[in-house]
Design a protein around this ligand. Structure first.
Ligand code: FES
Length: 247
């Protein structure tokens, strides 16, 4: 354990379940045989466990290693602001720090996550982060022609939804389709219900329900439907509302 911190919390979706989470926990344990001072918190179903853990008694410095795959500056500021509020309301006035906004994007890499504890110049304090900035862009709906909802509910994550999310973003970026006129507004969702047919991805307003299992499926879906405007028939789990969607 790094001596600057009373404990370190590894926080992100899918850390407690599935093959990826299992491999992460195993690798982390191999790096850190003394289990004291570290905790793994899965945020797949929300942040309540994290808030609860940080409200527990303790006066020292605590570090949160952020492993959210879609983390960015705005997400990190939100997280820091939430932690700052908990610290302020805490009777023992602990100090919370956050690191690693890009760590989750590499996949769950226990070595990188562990190394980030020692990279203290990258640790961000959570005091007085302030409210979410009133960026005027946050008051407008981004350009898009279709909204794509990828399920990252627990059963779809077990079936590989998180790596697919990355593949999907990569493919859309390659074709300049993210939040552009004629492009896509991409959203992760909780369970969309037909779990056994997952990982589930829906495209609206076309009303298409798809199952995407591999990077090849993602590539096909992007080329066929999101770029070409045709239903990707081979991936359908339910026929679209009205045949061929608008291009
Ligand atoms: S977890 Fe994805 S549909 Fe239920």
């Amino acid at each position: 354990m790094h001596s600057d911190y009373q404990d370190v919390l590894f926080v992100g979706p899918g850390l407690a379940s599935g093959a990826t989470g299992e491999a992460f926990r195993r690798d982390l344990q191999a790096l850190h045989t003394d289990a004291g001072g570290t905790q793994i918190i899965d945020t797949l179903d929300g942040f309540e466990e994290l808030w609860r853990t940080l409200r527990q008694p303790g006066a020292g410095n605590r570090l949160v290693v952020d492993l959210e795959p879609t983390s960015d500056g705005a997400y990190l500021d939100w997280l820091r602001d939430e932690l700052g509020r908990i610290a302020q309301a805490h009777p023992q006035a602990p100090r919370f720090w956050v690191t690693g906004s890009a760590l989750g994007r590499r996949g769950l890499d226990a070595h990188a996550a562990w190394a980030s504890i020692g990279q203290t110049d990258r640790h961000l304090p959570c005091d007085n982060v302030g409210a979410v900035p009133s960026d005027p862009g946050w008051s407008t709906i981004p350009d898009h022609a279709r909204q794509v909802f990828l399920c990252t509910g627990p059963r779809c994550v077990r079936r590989g939804a998180l790596p697919l999310w990355k593949a999907l973003r990569r493919a859309l970026l390659k074709h300049d389709l993210i939040e552009t006129p004629g492009g896509v507004l991409l959203t992760r969702t909780a369970c969309q219900f037909p779990c056994n047919l997952g990982p589930v991805l829906t495209v609206h307003p076309d009303g298409c329900w798809y199952r995407v299992r591999h990077d090849d499926d993602v590539e096909h879906l992007v080329n066929m439907h999101l770029l070409g405007g045709n239903v990707a028939e081979t991936l359908l789990i339910r026929p679209p509302n009205g045949g061929k969607p608008d291009a």
